[in-house]
Design a protein around this ligand. Structure first.
Ligand SMILES: C[S@@+](CC[C@H](N)C(=O)[O-])C[C@H]1O[C@@H](n2cnc3c(N)ncnc32)[C@H](O)[C@@H]1O
Length: 212
């Protein structure tokens, strides 16, 4: 079961909307990398949508896309639905209860999959489930887009990321920054080829896999 404390937010507003301050900061840099990777039309599954702020922002910027948000935490799904209603984004579907570690998933296909800031704040089993699901749902050529902080083999880690890793492990020993090479090796087991790694603000990476 996903740990609700993985959703680091204050109280919801009267409509049920949560605010994750990082979402407002990273949504446009993410869109700059993600937008050109997506097809002009099709279904995009977002894993771990959190507050839903990314969902409404990306759906508005990409009107040909049907955006399918999801999160295992009920409070997050309430927030996603509330943001969608408030922003009147017709191309956002109602959120699904989807825990990557639980099989089967509640849908059987997606043209692309997006997962922002989940891998470090969940047990490794969540990443294993993510790769299994992406390998199963995506068509050949379909993109899995990840965003978040990673460790990289043979490369020094910033002090900020070291402190973040220690804090995550203190909050939950099963959490922590993952080695990008481990994530890529797992992805390869599910037919997902590492295609692109882009450095992003605040020591984050955009990581793009493509279904072979
Ligand atoms: C730090 S929040 C990120 C939310 C949003 N993607 C963002 O960047 O604003 C981490 C999210 O991962 C979700 N999560 C944790 N474990 C998960 C799992 N096993 N499957 C799917 N989502 C999970 C949490 O419910 C939470 O919404």
């Amino acid at each position: 079961m996903a740990d609700p404390s993985a959703l680091p937010t204050g109280p919801a507003d009267a409509a049920g909307r949560l605010v994750l301050p990082a979402a407002a900061r990273n949504r446009d840099p993410i869109l700059g990398v993600l937008g050109p990777l997506l097809p002009a039309s099709g279904l995009v599954l977002e894993i771990a949508s959190g507050s839903g702020e990314h969902a409404v922002h990306f759906a508005r910027a990409l009107p040909g896309i049907v955006w399918q948000p999801s999160d295992p935490v009920a409070e997050a799904r309430t927030s996603i639905a509330a943001w969608t209603a408030a922003e009147r984004t017709p191309n956002v579907r109602p959120p699904l209860a989807l825990d990557t570690a639980q099989w089967p998933w509640p849908l059987d296909r997606a043209d692309a999959i997006v997962c922002i800031n989940m891998i470090h704040i969940s047990p490794w089993g969540a990443t294993q489930g993510l790769m299994r699901g992406a390998g199963d749902l995506l068509p050949p050529g379909g993109v899995l887009y990840l965003y978040g902080p990673y460790l990289r083999a043979g490369m020094p880690t910033t002090e900020g990321n070291q402190a973040f890793d220690a804090d995550l492990k203190r909050r939950n020993p099963a959490w922590g920054l993952r080695l990008l090479e481990d994530v890529a090796a797992l992805a390869a087991e599910h037919g997902l080829r590492l295609e692109q790694v882009t450095e992003m603000p605040a020591n984050n990476l955009s990581v793009v896999f493509r279904r072979s």
